[in-house]
Design a binder for this molecule. Structure first.
Ligand SMILES: *[C@@H]1O[C@H](CO)[C@@H](O)[C@H](O)[C@H]1NC(C)=O
Ligand SMILES: *[C@@H]1O[C@H](CO)[C@@H](O)[C@H](O)[C@H]1NC(C)=O
Ligand SMILES: CC(=O)N[C@H]1CO[C@H](CO)[C@@H](O)[C@@H]1O
Length: 351
């Protein structure tokens, strides 16, 4: 009997222990209702608490007065981080090194970046003062959702997003982006949402259109400064072609020239898209009728150029002299588009 009571007591103690030992870390003014979430939203914080236990996988520091976030050590379990509505002007995802050890071990060079949140999946930074993307995105390839809306980002460097192959949503609306490299988003193979609305973009490169279309992303382009001139002909032709095949195309309203202000880009005709200086209007388009079974050489090849063809998911690099299409059948009909990174490209409509 006594043995049974002792066993019961031991069981009761064992169950009581974990409960009483999991509560200690919860800074004043934060809430720790869920074991995985430290919620310090609207807590008047001017800095992030140090030494946060690794048991938290979600941290909400939104709506505070944070101007920087510099964790000193990696937080392996962190999955979701909210930093929206603060005053952060620059964020690095690399662990801040002690200056002395840096000099000794790394000789002052800032290569090697150790992630402080190597398994982060969702990062929310909207409504801050960021002027560029967070530094070191390449060391957090697990990122799936990145919220950067309502900042002051003006430039995105080619390659900064290259390693984010899990990224599904990229929210960049309401920033100051003036131009984008045509290959900026080409590695984001999981991308479903790209929100670029309300920036300062004037030109949308056909190569970027084709890349994003191919990935299958839904792209928000509304509220930019689209300049509807001859440089947009190739894009318009492609979008009109996709539209005619029943694909949903992204809405763009012209901001200039003034006579086209507020008009729907897709509703325009080829001849509406004019440039003042004639040398800019290098845009080649030809309709070609060929017999089935024959072959054709589309002579348009330059360094760094690609052909997009109907029914072929990825672009093809032309060999010497151009793109050779042999044994032509009905599946080859449609728009064959030649695009280069620098120029605007050309298109051939096979009929
Ligand atoms: C944190 O708490 C605030 C209310 O104080 C709430 O609005 C917010 O949704 C919470 N954060 C998370 C991630 O649940
Ligand atoms: C320090 O770095 C430079 C290049 O960043 C390199 O040329 C030099 O050899 C390094 N010195 C030492 C002692 O490692
Ligand atoms: C700290 C901070 O930026 N607070 C702002 C959060 O957002 C509201 C409006 O949604 C602003 O009024 C606050 O100033």
């Amino acid at each position: 009997m006594a043995a049974v009571r002792a066993a019961l007591l031991a069981a009761a103690l064992l169950f009581a222990l974990p409960g009483s030992s999991s509560s200690p870390f919860c800074p004043e003014s934060c809430s720790c209702q869920r074991a995985s979430l430290l919620n310090c939203s609207l807590s008047g914080l001017i800095s992030v608490p140090q030494l946060i236990p690794d048991s938290f996988s979600e941290l909400d520091f939104s709506h505070n007065y944070l101007s920087s976030v510099k964790p000193r050590q990696p937080h392996q379990n962190l999955r979701k981080l909210w930093l929206g509505n603060n005053t952060i002007s620059r964020l690095s995802l690399c662990v801040e090194r002690d200056v002395k050890t840096w000099h000794r071990s790394r000789n002052g060079s800032r290569r090697g970046c150790q992630a402080w949140a190597p398994n982060l999946q969702k990062l929310s930074l909207e409504r801050n003062q960021l002027e560029r993307l967070p530094e070191g995105l390449g060391v957090v390839p697990s990122l799936r959702i990145l919220w950067l809306a309502f900042n002051k980002i003006s430039v995105l460097q080619l390659g900064e997003l290259r390693d984010l192959q899990q990224l599904e949503e990229l929210h960049l609306q309401h920033n100051l982006i003036t131009h984008l490299h045509p290959q900026m988003f080409q590695d984001l193979i999981q991308l479903r949402v790209l929100d670029l609305r309300f920036n300062l973009l004037t030109v949308f490169h056909p190569l970027m259109y084709l890349t994003l279309r191919n990935i299958g992303a839904n792209v928000g382009l509304h509220g930019n400064r689209w300049r509807c001139d001859c440089n947009m002909r190739s894009l318009r032709r492609r979008m009109a072609y996709d539209n005619s095949r029943g694909l949903e195309v992204w809405k763009m309203m012209c901001a200039s020239p003034s006579k086209l202000l507020g008009t729907d880009f897709l509703q325009l005709k080829e001849e509406d898209l004019q440039c003042l200086s004639p040398e800019n209007s290098v845009d080649l388009h030809q309709d070609v009728t060929v017999y089935s079974g024959s072959q054709i050489l589309l002579s348009c090849s330059s360094q760094d150029s690609m052909w997009w063809m109907p029914g072929v998911p990825a672009p093809v690099r032309p060999k010497d002299g151009g793109l050779l299409i042999t044994d032509i059948s009905e599946k080859n009909t449609g728009l064959q588009q030649h695009v280069t990174v620098t120029g605007n490209g050309a298109a051939t409509q096979l009929q």
